[in-house]
Ligand binder design. Structure first.
Ligand SMILES: Cc1cc2nc3c(=O)[nH]c(=O)nc-3n(C[C@H](O)[C@H](O)[C@H](O)COP(=O)(O)O)c2cc1C
Length: 181
């Protein structure tokens, strides 16, 4: 083995960056997150530090949106991760549309996932929101003829915590479950 143990490091990267949207005090608010992921085939988990402004709105409304970031609006998305609603009103940061569930979705985001928050697994000062996927709103330009997202067209931005860099998805590496061919 030619591997060095670097300890209990965060190493599951790069991971997609998303802007979480929620209503707080009657206004939309937005927070960048890279620590989010799929659970089962029906839920997402979003891990947000309990000091963040958005957490209160999420806990009250028990719903949120997950807006997948691509390079076309990375600068604005990045800002939502460097400014806190505790210090500055972030409600004007993005043009948005309220989903039929009353959740703010970012207009410029090509994929906005609307979720109900069904649980909160608190761990080490983080709210780990367990979210049931309710609706997935997609820009028609990134959908194929079967209404599935075409990742040759849509390129989510990925984030890597240890060096604080953003990446985009690159070349196709293979066909899943058909690697022998
Ligand atoms: C690239 C990037 C990824 C981030 N990912 C997370 C995350 O997964 N969880 C988290 O709690 N904070 C994350 N943050 C930090 C929050 O986005 C940031 O502290 C934000 O200002 C909190 O906003 P709020 O207080 O208005 O909710 C991230 C920041 C950046 C720049």
């Amino acid at each position: 083995m030619n591997k060095k143990n670097i300890g209990a490091a965060l190493a599951l990267y790069p991971s997609p960056v998303v802007v979480i949207g929620a209503m707080e005090n009657g206004k939309a608010t937005w927070t960048l997150a890279a620590h989010a992921g799929t659970m089962a085939h029906s839920h997402l988990m979003v891990s947000l530090n309990q000091t963040h402004y958005i957490n209160k709105g999420i806990k009250e409304a028990r719903k949120l949106s997950v807006n997948v970031v691509d390079a076309s609006w990375l600068r604005e998305a990045d800002k939502s991760g460097t400014v806190s609603g505790n210090k500055e009103d972030k409600s004007q940061m993005f043009d948005y549309t309220l989903s039929e569930e009353g959740v703010p979705m970012i207009d410029v985001s090509k994929v906005s996932i609307v979720c109900d928050v069904v649980d909160d697994y608190e761990l080490d000062h983080f709210d780990n929101f367990i979210c049931r996927i309710v609706s997935t709103y997609c820009d028609e330009d990134i959908l194929n003829e079967k209404d599935r997202i075409d990742y040759h067209v849509f390129k989510p931005v990925l984030f890597e915590f240890p060096t604080y860099e953003y990446f985009v998805t690159g070349e196709k590496a293979g066909d899943c479950a058909r690697m022998e061919k």
